[in-house]
Design a protein around this ligand. Structure first.
Ligand code: SF4
Length: 360
């Protein structure tokens, strides 16, 4: 998807004009000094984050957090942050946090004119699909996803041609092009329910091979799968988890269903990021191995001080492209705008809305 914007000046009032035709006043760079007054103002937030953000880093983060929160009001903007964002983003500037579906649903509900999506590109696209009238910005247009880029709309059309009449379920971790070729989307929370809702013996299920394998273990519907992988979750192994359990038999292992089957076989609980968070908050086990992206364990740790997290850490390089300086830049310059071809958007929106409208 392309981003087209231009800057025009009239007297001293520079404006950024987006491809949607909306224009926004350019804002001046705020003061980013670390002062004693700012230290006092931001102290309550730091106390919450002290166990996940080193004190030497705080004087760098705090001025950005303050500046971003001030600028959001000027822009009538909200920040949606995925669970994999770093703690200074997740707890410092986000208005809404969650998994990709929760964020997209929130995008549709909020009154704000501008949405800054702190996550990867397919998430920003999903927000735009559900909020076509709002300006959706992503702080780094190159924040992609190995899973989403494993399949294209053309790949899926070829698959449909090979299995005529078989309905298609796509994980939300896909581009709008793929969603446009899809009958109904799913998330890792509702994938089994979505597959069974179609009432068929067979379903094309793309793009995550491991999520498909997990779903297949829960249903009699035969899945025809695509062999896409999340490069973060596929790196975990059952062997490393067995080592954690041998070192401490009381440890609880919770894993995301994008992990390989030998990892899920070791897990005490398997669920989406939102369900993993609920599980930890509800059960508060003394020690948890959280088998997913590193920052999520940090974000949950900040809210559950009684739980000791073992972090078999795999960072998502795409999620980590989003930073406080880039978010500030987005707000100042109104970039990068997420734009979807209207023909594709209309079809893609249907597949997402069909999932949302599914009764649970
Ligand atoms: S964690 Fe995996 S699925 Fe999520 S954005 Fe990164 S590569 Fe994609």
């Amino acid at each position: 998807m392309t981003e087209l914007s231009a800057t025009i000046s009239s007297g001293d009032k520079a404006q950024t004009v987006l491809s949607s035709g909306k224009s926004y006043r350019k804002l001046a760079m705020p003061d980013l000094q670390w002062t004693p007054a700012l230290e006092r103002e931001m102290r309550p937030l730091y106390e919450k984050l002290a166990n996940v953000i080193p004190s030497v880093e705080w004087p760098f983060h705090a001025p950005y957090i303050k500046a971003i929160n001030d600028l959001k009001k000027e822009r009538n903007a909200v920040i949606l942050a995925h669970n994999y964002m770093t703690p200074e983003i997740f707890h410092g500037v986000a208005d809404f946090m969650g998994d990709s579906l929760q964020l997209a649903q929130q995008a549709a509900r909020v009154e704000a004119d501008v949405i800054i999506q702190c996550g990867v590109h397919f998430m920003a696209e999903t927000s735009k699909l559900l909020s076509p009238q709002k300006t959706v910005l992503i702080p780094d247009m190159d924040a992609g996803c190995s899973l989403a880029s494993s399949i294209t709309g053309a790949d899926l059309r070829a698959m449909r041609a090979a299995y005529p009449g078989v309905p298609v379920v796509s994980y939300v971790n896909t581009s709008a092009d793929v969603k446009a070729e899809t009958d109904i989307c799913c998330t890792s929370s509702n994938a089994v329910q979505v597959v069974e809702s179609l009432g068929t013996d067979r379903v094309i299920f793309v793009p995550d091979e491991y999520l498909a394998s997990y779903v297949q273990s829960q249903t009699d519907v035969q899945l025809i799968v695509w062999k896409g992988h999340c490069e973060v979750h596929e790196r975990f192994t059952g062997e490393e988890l067995r080592a954690y359990r041998e070192a401490d038999p009381s440890v609880k292992i919770i894993a995301h269903p994008e992990c390989p089957p030998d990892v899920l076989a070791e897990a005490d609980f398997t669920g989406s990021t939102a369900k993993m968070i609920d599980w930890v908050k509800t059960n508060e086990p003394p020690r948890v191995v959280m088998v997913t992206e590193c920052s999520m364990a940090d974000n949950v740790a900040a809210e559950t001080p009684n739980v000791n997290f073992v972090r078999p850490c795999n960072l998502c390089p795409y999620m980590k492209r989003i930073s406080l300086p880039k978010i500030l830049d987005s707000l100042l310059e109104m970039k990068d705008e997420v734009v979807i071809d209207p023909m594709i958007a209309e079809k893609a929106r249907r597949s997402v809305e069909r999932m949302i409208n599914l009764k649970s």
